[in-house]
Design a protein around this ligand. Sequence first.
Ligand code: URA
Length: 223
Amino acid sequence: MSELKKYLDFLKLIGFDEIRLKEVGEVVTEKENLQEELGALKEEVLKCCKCRLCEKRTNVVFGEGDPKTNLMFVGEAPGEQEDLQGRPFVGRAGQLLTKFLNLFGVPRERVYITNIVKCRPPGNRNPLPDEISSCYPFLEKQIELISPDVILCLGAFSTRTILNLPERAAISKLRGKPQKVKIGKKEITVIPTFHPAYLLRNRRGEPEFQKDLEMALKLAGFM
Ligand code: URA
């Protein structure tokens, strides 16, 4: 066993979960099992049939990106392209999201992208409350494993679910206002913003989305 491993074991024993090396923007953690644990969670999600969405799905869309990232994006639910490809945000809304990230020089592979609900609601209808509550424990576990400093919530469903807000909570009032939320053992900064699909219909929201994304990237140490 290396000296470093012994030291990390000792820190873990006395209650430290991770060490942050801010100057290099990396996290050195006892996360050796991260890939394995995330893989095991994915296997579980791929087999899930806790709600009706499993009946019509082509693929489960678990999520993708850098599991050691400081910044997670959480959308609503897979659309048609996502269902076909098994990957999040690869349709028109996803292309817009990728474009905005690239505008700030950040490839999407450096963040982690997922959704509240992992299977496509037929016809892209809104996810129903019982579908969200069946799927949320998977997201919660995913967030605990990835342990980001910042989550950018894309749209009202993601925002209301993660911030535990009532249905009437309007994204236009919440967007751009960071809030602290404890998920697992960690306090995470959650920033609500518009969903990219909304921006496809309302281009006037783009400057605000860009501002929210910039805030998230700054808080997560990308800029
Ligand atoms: N909309 C979402 O909310 N998520 C996706 O993955 C694609 C579109």
